[in-house]
Design a protein around this ligand. Sequence first.
Ligand code: NAD
Length: 356
Amino acid sequence: MDILEYMSNQKYEQLTMITDPGVGLKAVIAIHDTTLGPSCGGTRIWPYESETAAIEDALRLAKAMSYKSAVADLPLGGGKAVIIADSHTQKTEAMLRSFGRFVETLSGRYLTTTDVGSTGRDLEYIRQETKHVVGLPTTMGGSGDTSVMTGLGIYVGMKAAAKEIWGTDSLSGKRVAMQGFGKVAFNVAHHLLKENATLIVTDVYKGAIDKARQMGLEVVPPDEIFDVSSDIFSPCALGGILNSITIPKLTCSLVAGGANNQLLSDSHGDELHRLGILYAPDYVVNAGGIINVEAEIGSPYNIDRARERTERIYDIMENVISLSKDKNIATYKAADLIAEERLASVQNIKHLYSGN
Ligand code: NAD
């Protein structure tokens, strides 16, 4: 990949390559855009099969964070870090503290938090070397587990989309098929069950399946979740799961879930649009986590502020649907336009979708 050319075309600001051989650290920090504020995004710890794969992932995820924060109306830009390591066997205090010292060298242009492979405990190590950390455990004055607010945001986004489809935002009696029953899915389920929705769930992890069964939920094998008859499909596990194999199987009218990068490619968002299946863009409805961590920046964490801002995802989802209808474009495109419009307006350049 011609990295500088790619970064220039996609408007990336910075890519930092990091090594500290003494502690086995190889990492990348990608900063996409700091127009709206410091870049913010988690540190992913993953045993990438190549450096190129790690760089591509960091860049792609950093851009998604710019768009997520822009649409959620947060004063944050987009960034992401990846550490090339197996989080189960290679992660050490020394590695994390070394990484923290590199984050410190960026002087606040990048704020880190948890992601796949990193935990609150890891953030505590990083915090020993830099103050540019958010999403710390509540015992350290942080906002703690992000999945509570992420679940709330998905739920309210789902309701706004339901209103468009069924004329009411009540989810009572709706059949919701959930892929993955981890932290986010559990929090979405909490709200859905209170509203008397019916949940059919799947997971590859026995602990998650046991939890679902204890809650009295119907459980199906992982490869059957797309065949379940449902009103709503809620992807809460992996990315790339809306693709040419799975989309033809969908029986639902609405897709709304927490997983990042659900569309394998943009064309699959267009295909959902063509089929009349309303897709709630992943980064629009799963922004509760970043909203939650933003609520601890600059002032003591305030859960009411985080909740109130997360509930605004309802209105944001309505705006996405409205723009999608006005322009007859897929919802993922409408969300991108709203993000680009906000970035452009702050950069004081011409509006992208207003026609001015
Ligand atoms: P998690 O690890 O708690 O849950 C994910 C679950 O998916 C696990 O139980 C796992 O066993 C299951 N799973 C993995 N592959 C599967 C498969 N093929 N079929 C069925 N189940 C499968 O993670 P989480 O925090 O709940 O996050 C879920 C998704 O939401 C991820 O894509 C994450 O990036 C995204 N997300 C999370 C947050 C947050 O606040 N935690 C915020 C935004 C986005």
